[in-house]
Design a binder for this molecule. Structure first.
Ligand SMILES: [Fe+2]
Ligand SMILES: [Fe+2]
Length: 483
C-alpha cells in the first residue's frame, strides 16, 4: 500500500489523499467552491460557538488503526478534507450485468446520469442535517454533548466535500453546477428544499437529535454500504471511508437514548414510581417519560423508512443491473449477484390487508435494504430495553409496524396502528397523538432544554456517559466557550 494514499496531504488548501497537488484542474475547481462552502457554514452551520475551541477529531489518514487526531479547534478552522479508502488492487464489480469485470476508475458513459443523481442525492443529505441541527448548540445538556453535536456537524460537512469532489472530478461542467446547487438548497425551505423528506423535518430538541442520529444516520449507513459496493471505484472508496465517521454519529444516537432512559428509570425508582405510564408523575421529576420516548422513536423510525423509497422500484433494479448500487454486504451474500431469476418477499397492501408477496428480487431491492436496516435498528432496541428491565420496569420500546405513519411506498394512502392494524381516518385522527409526539409532548421536551455549560455538568434529564471521548475524564472541558 502506498504511503501517500494512507496519509493525508495537508500542504494544499484542501487536505486530501487523492493527490490534488498534481490534479490542478480539480484543485482549482474545489478552491473555487471553498468560499461558497464557508459562507454556507457561516449562514447555516452551528449557530454561535464559531469562535469556541472544540475538542474535535480530524481525519489524518485512512488507516483503520488510527485515522483521527483529537485537538482543540475552532469549527471554521476545521480542515475539511477529501479522503478515500485505499484502492483495492484488481477490484471487480461485485454484482449486476457487469459482475466480475474490473471496477471502473472513470465514469462509464452509459451510467453517467444515474451515478450523478445518486451522488447528488447522497450529497444533499449531508449539509441538510447540519442545517436541521444548527440551533441545538444553545440548549446542549452538557459540554460533552455539545462537542459530539459539533463533531457530527463538521463531519457531515466533510461528507458534502466528499460528494462534491466526485462531482467536480468526474462530471465536468454539470458536476460543478450540481456542486453549487448543493450549497443553494436549504432544509425545510418552501422554494428550495432539500431533496428527501426526512431532511426537511425540524430537529427541535436533543431527543430528536439522538433519534435522528440513531435512525436517520443509520439510513445513511445503509445507503453508503450499498454505494460502497459500486462498480465506480472512486465512489466505493469514498463511501468506505465515510462509514468510519458515520459509526460515531450512530454511537452518539444510541448512547444518547441510553443515557436518557438511564436517567428516567433512576429518577422513577428514586421517587418510588411503579407505573411507567403515569406520565404526569414522571414528568414532574424533570425526566422524559417512557411513552414519550416511544412516540419519538415511532416518528423518527418511520420518517427514516421513507428514505428507502418504494418497496418495488425499477430505479433500484436499474442501478443494480448497471453495477452502480449494490446490496448491504453484497460480497458476503451467497448467490449469483445478478438476481435475474430470484424473488424476494415484499409487504404489500392486498385487498385491504398487509400481505407478503414474492416480487422479482431486482425490483425489490429497496425492500431488502429496508429489511436490513430494520434488523440493524432492532439491536438498539435490545440494549435500551435492557436498561428499562434492569431497573425493574415492565415496559418495552418497540419498532412500529412498517405500515404505520408512512408517506412513501405501499402504505402511504392508508392508516395503521403501530401494531399494523389497519384503521380508518376518523380513528387515526382520534388516536394519532397516542402514537406520535403531540404539541404537548413537544412543549414538555422543550421545557427541559436548558443549556448546561459548566464543566462536568449534565442536564436533569440525561445521565453522564460511561466513558469520555478520547478517554477523557468526566470533568474534561470539551468545549471552551468564548466569552
Ligand atoms: Fe454523512
Ligand atoms: Fe452522519
Amino acid at each position: 500500500m502506498n504511503v501517500n494514499i494512507m496519509n493525508v496531504d495537508y500542504s494544499t488548501k484542501i487536505p486530501n489523499n487523492v493527490n490534488l497537488g498534481e490534479d490542478r484542474q480539480v484543485l482549482k475547481a474545489l478552491e473555487g467552491w471553498h468560499p461558497g462552502y464557508m459562507n454556507w457554514w457561516g449562514d447555516m452551520g452551528p449557530e454561535g460557538f464559531q469562535q469556541s475551541l472544540v475538542y474535535l477529531r480530524t481525519a489524518y489518514s485512512v488507516d483503520p488503526r488510527g485515522w483521527a487526531k483529537f485537538d482543540y479547534v475552532k469549527m471554521p478552522d476545521y480542515r475539511w478534507g477529501i479522503l478515500l479508502a485505499p484502492q483495492e488492487e484488481n477490484r471487480v464489480i461485485p454484482f449486476g450485468q457487469h459482475f466480475g469485470e474490473p471496477a471502473w476508475q472513470e465514469v462509464p458513459g452509459e451510467h453517467r446520469a444515474m451515478l450523478r443523481r445518486l451522488i447528488v442525492i447522497q450529497g444533499d443529505t449531508e449539509p441538510a442535517s447540519v442545517e436541521q441541527q444548527r440551533h441545538l448548540g444553545k440548549t446542549a445538556p452538557s459540554l460533552y454533548d455539545l462537542r459530539n453535536l459539533f463533531q457530527v456537524n463538521v463531519e457531515e460537512g466533510r461528507h458534502l466535500w466528499a460528494m462534491v469532489y466526485l462531482l467536480q472530478k468526474y462530471f465536468g461542467r454539470d458536476g460543478r453546477e450540481e456542486a453549487d446547487e448543493l450549497l443553494r438548497r436549504r432544509s425545510g425551505d418552501a422554494d428550495s428544499p432539500r431533496m428527501l423528506g426526512a431532511f426537511n423535518e425540524a430537529t427541535p430538541d436533543w431527543l430528536s437529535f439522538f433519534m435522528f442520529t440513531y435512525f436517520t444516520d443509520r439510513d445513511g449507513k445503509m445507503q453508503l454500504h450499498s454505494l460502497a459496493q459500486s462498480g465506480f471505484d472512486p465512489l466505493s472508496r469514498t463511501c468506505r471511508f465515510m462509514l468510519t465517521e458515520e459509526a460515531h454519529h450512530m454511537f452518539v444516537g444510541e448512547t444518547g437514548i441510553s443515557r436518557i432512559l438511564q436517567r428516567t428509570v433512576e429518577a422513577m425508582r428514586a421517587a418510588g414510581i411503579s407505573d411507567p405510564n403515569d406520565i404526569a408523575k414522571v414528568r414532574a421529576l424533570g425526566v422524559i417519560d417512557l411513552p414519550t420516548m416511544q412516540k419519538k422513536l415511532n416518528l423518527h423510525y418511520t420518517l427514516s423508512l421513507d428514505l428507502f423509497g418504494s418497496e418495488v422500484s425499477t430505479n433500484a433494479a436499474n442501478a443494480f443491473n448497471a453495477g452502480v448500487k449494490g446490496r448491504f454486504h453484497e460480497t458476503q451474500i451467497k448467490d449469483d449477484h445478478r438476481l435475474e431469476h430470484d424473488t424476494y418477499p415484499v409487504l404489500k397492501l392486498v385487498d385491504g390487508r398487509i400481505k407478503r408477496v414474492d416480487e422479482p428480487a431486482l425490483t425489490a431491492l429497496n425492500m431488502r435494504l429496508r429489511d436490513d436496516y430494520t434488523q440493524d435498528c432492532a439491536k438498539g432496541m435490545l440494549r435500551w430495553n435492557k436498561i428499562i428491565s434492569s431497573a425493574g420496569y415492565d415496559f418495552k420500546l418497540a419498532l412500529p409496524n412498517v405500515a404505520f405513519h408512512r408517506a412513501i411506498g405501499e402504505f402511504k394512502d392508508i392508516h395503521a396502528t403501530p401494531d399494523g392494524l389497519l384503521i380508518d381516518d376518523a380513528t387515526w385522527n382520534k388516536r394519532k397523538s397516542d402514537w406520535l409526539p403531540s404539541t404537548d409532548d413537544g412543549n414538555f421536551i422543550a421545557s427541559l432544554m436548558a443549556p448546561v455549560t459548566e464543566v462536568g455538568g449534565f442536564a436533569s434529564w440525561i445521565s453522564p456517559p460511561k466513558v469520555g471521548i478520547d478517554n477523557k475524564p468526566g470533568d474534561f472541558e470539551y468545549v471552551k466557550i468564548e466569552t
